[in-house]
Design a protein around this ligand. Structure first.
Ligand code: FES
Length: 86
């Protein structure tokens, strides 16, 4: 059992998100937070999960943090978004 971070980041790897660039978002998260899918940051701030379609394909690429859905996310904007979650 891997413990959960204070916030859970769900990255959508469904087709719509994939073709609109979620791979770069995921790579940025991995490098910025030294975080793998299924992992947790050292400070326990974030857990990272990959999911298959969050049902919000019109907003692709989509990242959900806790209960908040963020659409049109880029490798740059995802870092700004995550600043709100301490
Ligand atoms: S493919 Fe990402 S929300 Fe549907």
């Amino acid at each position: 059992m891997v413990p959960k971070g204070r916030h859970t980041i769900k990255v959508c790897l469904g087709t719509a998100c994939y073709v609109r660039g979620i791979a770069e978002v995921l790579d940025r998260l991995k490098s910025e937070f030294k975080l793998g899918v299924g992992g947790i940051t050292e400070d326990r701030r974030f857990s990272l999960e990959a999911v298959r379609c969050l049902g919000a394909c019109g907003l692709a690429p989509v990242v959900v943090v806790d209960e908040d859905t963020h659409g049109g996310v880029s490798a740059e904007s995802v870092l700004r978004i995550l600043k709100r979650y301490e």
